[in-house]
Design a protein around this ligand. Structure first.
Ligand code: GDP
Ligand code: IMO
Ligand code: MG
Length: 441
């Protein structure tokens, strides 16, 4: 009994971190922070469309595939079956870490044998489709994410385990290329690809990755038996979810918390706390509806102060006021237990702030974000106006060190979302954080 109770004090249980908006909420920073209290960090969906930025002791690290826990020496990082993995990007990330003095061996990193592999034809189809769509493009990251998930659902995908089997890989690549080359050449007007060079490079990468390829679900089962604490790192955001997001302006996976189970190979009873990351304002990269978007100088101010450029593609992020309808939908869709508010410091210096507390369509109040794109376009925001604050808040480490107006801003978020705030981030650095209470405490 005693051992169990003691464990509870230091073990925060299994926590899922998800984005509540359209991605780039600061998930990487919060995952890095919570890794201190976890034993394993697992990614469960998406691919290298993600860009998660960590700033530790003044050094910036951006991860696209490797879980954000990798900077801690004794933590195990795992890439679950729910991801689509570009092996070239994964190997590059490992090399970059090596250059930074962090050796990533199989004791630090596992790749699920069931994860799907992004092939050159996925990237080619992604880019050619976007080009063909012209003005109506989705604004994807061009990394082949959608086409790879399509092949997974079509049951023709290449999985990590296939990289170690030359015969299976050859068969799959040749069969797939027939279809993809037809699509590329005949429909999209792009160059066809050859099987030979693809096979050579993917088998070589498979050899390098072989020591890391394992059954992630079995590793997690053992961790649960050993009462270890698992942190699940979401990518993208709830409103980019292929089911629940602003379809079709979404990604091709499910970033919601429930997806952690299917994408890592663990049962739902093993998830103990879900943290929703909420950026103190709203951003989105790529096309799609954005009710609170600011195209004026306030939007420019937030974009510049927040350095809102995509971590993956370098694109300027669209900025707007905090949309609490979006956050409240996310509370429901993820079963959030607490909120981590990030980038509150970016709002310093604005005289007045607005938060969206409802939508209106032709004079009628709407409580949830409509599924129809047409109705979404007709939505106008209902704002609550609030006073801003002028002080630099990046040195605050306690809630009561924040100006009253900033505390009032947090209160409105808690009130409208109906979820308590556990963490407030006031700067990019690991230490620039107010922990109200640790998830699971
Ligand atoms: P993610 O994709 O959700 O992990 O978020 P990104 O890393 O793409 O974007 C968040 C950006 O904001 C990164 O550059 C972070 O270093 C930075 N950031 C995170 N939290 C804070 C914060 O509280 N204040 C400021 N000023 N920057 C932050
Ligand atoms: P993180 O994990 C922000 C967006 C793209 C595009 C749409 C579809 O850093 O929060 P895709 O390449 O996935 O087919 O593109 O989704 N998108 C993101 N936006 N943050 C991300 O990840 C994103 N991953 C995809 O810009 O609009
Ligand atoms: Mg990002």
């Amino acid at each position: 009994m005693l051992a169990l109770d003691m464990k509870k004090e230091i073990n925060m249980g299994n926590v899922v971190v998800v984005g509540t908006q359209w991605g780039d909420e600061g998930k990487g920073k919060v995952v890095d922070l919570l890794t201190a209290r976890s034993d394993l960090v697992v990614r469960f969906q998406g691919g290298n469309n993600a860009g998660h930025t960590l700033v530790v002791e003044g050094r910036q690290f951006i991860f696209h595939l490797i879980p954000s826990g990798i900077l801690y020496e004794n933590k195990k990082c795992l890439i679950g079956n729910g991801l689509v993995v570009d092996p070239e990007v994964l190997l590059e990330e490992m090399d970059k870490l090596k250059e930074a003095g962090i050796e990533v061996g199989p004791e630090r990193l596992s790749l699920s044998e069931k994860a799907h592999i992004i092939m050159p034809y996925h990237r080619a189809v992604d880019l050619a489709r976007e080009t063909a769509k012209g003005k109506g493009k989705l604004g994807t990251t061009g990394r082949g994410i959608g086409p790879c998930y399509e092949d997974k659902a079509a049951r023709i995908g290449v999985r990590a385990v296939d990289l170690m089997d030359p015969d299976v890989l050859k068969e799959k690549v040749e069969v797939n290329l027939k279809e993809k080359n037809f699509l590329l050449e005949k429909l999209l007007g792009a160059q066809p690809l050859e099987a030979g060079p693809i096979l050579d490079s993917y088998l070589a990468m498979g050899e390098k990755l072989a020591p890391f390829i394992t059954d992630v679900s079995v590793e997690l089962e053992q961790a649960v038996k050993d009462q270890k604490s698992i942190l699940f790192e979401g990518a993208q955001g709830t409103h980019l979810d292929v089911d629940h997001g602003t379809y079709p302006f979404v990604t091709s996976s499910n970033p919601v918390a429930g997806s952690a189970c299917a994408g890592a190979g663990i049962g739902p009873k093993q998830l103990h706390h879900v943290v929703g990351i909420v950026k103190a304002y709203t951003t989105r990269v790529g096309a799609g509806p954005f009710v609170t978007e600011l195209t004026d100088e306030t939007g420019d101010y937030i974009q510049a102060r927040g350095k809102e450029f995509g971590a993956t593609t370098g694109r300027r992020r669209r900025c707007g006021w905090l949309d609490l309808i979006v956050v409240r939908d996310s509370a429901r869709l993820n079963g959030l237990d607490s909120l981590a508010i990030t980038k509150l410091d970016v709002l310093s210096g604005l005289e007045n702030l607005r938060v969206c507390v409802g939508y209106e369509i032709e004079g009628e109040k709407v409580e949830q974000r409509p599924a129809s794109l047409g109705r979404m376009a007709a939505c106008t925001p209902i704002y609550q106006d609030m006073p801003g604050w002028q002080d630099d808040i990046s040195t605050a480490r306690k809630l009561n060190a924040l100006p009253g107006a900033a505390r009032a801003y947090l209160d409105v978020i808690e009130h409208v979302a109906g979820i308590p705030v556990s963490i407030v981030s006031v700067g990019a650095g690991r230490e620039e954080t107010i922990v109200v209470r640790y998830p699971g405490d």
